[in-house]
Design a protein around this ligand. Sequence first.
Ligand code: PEP
Ligand code: MN
Length: 262
Amino acid sequence: MEQKKDIQLIKKNFVTVIAGPCAVESWDQLETIAAHVKEAGLNFMRGGAFKPRTSPYSFQGLEKKGLELLAKVRQKHGLKVVSEVTDAATVEEIADYVDVLQIGTRNMSNFALLKKVGRVANARNLSVILKRGWASTIKEWLLAVEYITQQGNCEVVLCERGIRTFETNTRFTLDLSAVPVIKKLSKLPIIVDPSHAVGQSDLVIPMSRAAVAVGADGIIVETHHKPEKALCDGQQALNPKQLQEMLRQISLIAQIFNKKIR
Ligand code: PEP
Ligand code: MN
């Protein structure tokens, strides 16, 4: 039998920070960012290999090659890796290379995908992140997550990433009240993605502080060594110095709850 992995994305008394690029672009890019993530004292790295882009003309990700690079960086730096699944047909392939399967906002209601992810994550002992659909209520989100949890008892984590409102100064509106509401309605952990919510790097640090203050169990944030050169979402990526500053600030907020950053 395959050795059970101990992923534990969420740990009691800690705020877990997942950091990394929007998309895997090349070995040099991934390896440089991994070194910064490691130096910052973090354990989890994100990076999309299959990218669900709004425009078919945008960079769609390196796909299998991206997965291979993630596996290589995981091995080299001892980081656990998080990557998105966009299609039920590729869940098993992606599960061969990563520790955490992420379901993005565009797929929250893709129930065939959710069931498949639940089955595969359970069989392989992987963790799952389910992002909130940008036009979904908390109730719909909590029902959607049951398509995954019904398949077994793998670790499943919710992620608030902003919802669509009439406001145009930010990419989406970060609904931070979802965090205490989820705490009241569910036993599942919840993390926050400030990057996709605000869409601009200078707004990511204040919203990360707020996410920790409101009781989030973790944060998933985009970071890039050269944000201006990023193939995807560079405008919202923290550079390595900003990542360090964000971690310094949120560790002060986390002290309110006697929590540490990991
Ligand atoms: C992502 O995290 O890379 C992503 C596409 O996010 P979302 O699904 O929240 O848009
Ligand atoms: Mn992105």
